[in-house]
Design a protein around this ligand. Structure first.
Ligand code: ZN
Length: 69
């Protein structure tokens, strides 16, 4: 996966967004080879990803048992 700076004058691919695309994400897809998006949308995407991919808490339910000596 590779994200690049969008070199072409393209509009952001996100629906309802009127900004010019700043970044391009290569998908190597058949229909479209890349998704282009602006900085705002990148941040929104990041928010979305970080909510979905939550790093699991390091706290283990078994951890405290051994410490009680
Ligand atoms: Zn956008």
């Amino acid at each position: 996966m590779k994200m690049e700076i969008c070199k072409n004058q393209l509009k952001c691919d996100f629906y309802g967004c009127k900004n010019m695309a700043k970044y391009a994400f290569s998908t190597k897809g058949f229909i479209r080879r890349e998704i282009v998006f602006c900085e705002d949308c990148m941040k929104k995407m990041y928010d979305c990803f970080s909510k979905t991919i939550v790093p699991k808490a390091v706290k283990s339910p078994f951890k405290n048992k051994k410490e009680k000596v």
